[in-house]
Design a protein around this ligand. Structure first.
Ligand SMILES: Nc1ncnc2c1ncn2[C@@H]1O[C@H](COP(=O)(O)OP(=O)(O)OP(=O)(O)O)[C@@H](O)[C@H]1O
Ligand SMILES: [Mg+2]
Length: 289
């Protein structure tokens, strides 16, 4: 089957509806995300959590958590198992509602009042550990699909990509280091390459903030190194928040690290500062991780 035929199959209306129904891509009406006002970064802060508390049956998974991420920043979040790292990402993406506290995207967008799909469409992309790529389609088609899903269903049926669309795909291919694999079936990529493709698919949605939970788990040392370079290069244009247990990896990419423990910030600063903090040493040597 030619690439064009395969693509025509792919964009059959029922398939597009399937993808949207599965919630794999947010359905954005029109070209512009549904937000009251644009993302306001005038104060330099892209994400702001103030005294956020989340309780599960009385147990506080987050306990007055405060976090501020600058526009363009790359931030690493570390902490022992159960510290609340994934719960924090669930709150930012609208999957979990906080019992108390504020969660703002830029100055004006209150994320606690947004639905999960809406949050994805206004510029917060989340990478899960298990990639949700389409193995039976090429790298190019995966990126193309992610791009088309960004617009409304009818525009997605437009078959011809503009030169602007193609330039954007090209840029993302460079970002994720898969330019040489563009025609390869996604299912045939290595574990690391699949993870990068997933990041690429998020980038096709034009996020302003990327949340990445344990990106290097299961990767080869070379893939870990390449992933580090990629995340560092994505910061600037995007803000990137990385949750990771691999300390050597965190040290290799982070300027600023936040240590979570029992749902709150235990320490924050550069890697040397947090690793020499007695509170951090106690938590990590306490056998919790
Ligand atoms: N839906 C839930 N219901 C009940 N308890 C939950 C739920 N989600 C998380 N928790 C609890 O909240 C705490 C924080 O969990 P969370 O998954 O956020 O930790 P984490 O820092 O991501 O840990 P890990 O490093 O193991 O991924 C844990 O004690 C967990 O058992
Ligand atoms: Mg977790």
């Amino acid at each position: 089957m030619s690439t064009r035929d395969r693509w025509q199959n792919l964009v059959r209306r029922d398939r597009v509806f399937d993808f949207v129904a599965e919630g794999r891509f947010p359905l954005v009406q029109g070209r512009h995300p549904v937000v009251e006002g644009e993302l306001d970064l005038s104060h330099g802060t892209i994400l702001y959590l103030d005294d956020v508390t989340v309780s599960f049956d009385g147990f506080k998974a987050l306990n007055k958590l405060n976090l501020q991420i600058d526009a363009g920043e790359l931030r690493c979040i570390i902490g022992p198992n159960g510290a609340g790292k994934t719960t924090m990402m669930d709150v930012i993406t609208g999957k979990t509602r906080p019992d108390e506290g504020k969660v703002f995207f830029g100055q004006t967008i209150d994320l606690t009042r947004r639905q999960e799909h809406e949050i994805a469409s206004i510029g917060i992309g989340r990478k899960f550990q298990k990639p949700t790529i389409f193995p039976e389609h090429s790298v190019f088609e995966n990126l193309e699909l992610a791009m088309k899903a960004r617009k409304d269903v009818w525009n997605s049926l437009r078959l011809k990509l503009t030169s602007e669309d193609l330039d954007y795909i090209d840029k993302v291919l460079l970002n994720i280091g898969l330019k040489d694999e563009v025609s390869r079936l996604a299912g045939l990529l290595s574990h690391g390459q699949k993870q990068w493709l997933e990041i690429g698919m998020l980038l096709m949605q034009g996020p302003k903030l990327l949340l990445v939970d344990e990106p290097v788990a299961g990767m080869t040392p070379q893939e870990v190194e390449r992933t580090g370079e990629m995340l560092v290069s994505l910061a600037g244009e995007q803000s990137v928040v990385v949750v990771e247990h691999d300390m050597a990896f965190v040290r290799s990419i982070a300027n600023k690290v936040t240590v979570l423990h029992e749902g709150s910030v235990l320490a924050e600063g550069n890697m040397d500062k947090v690793q020499s903090d007695p509170k951090v040493i106690e938590v990590y040597l306490g056998g919790e991780d």
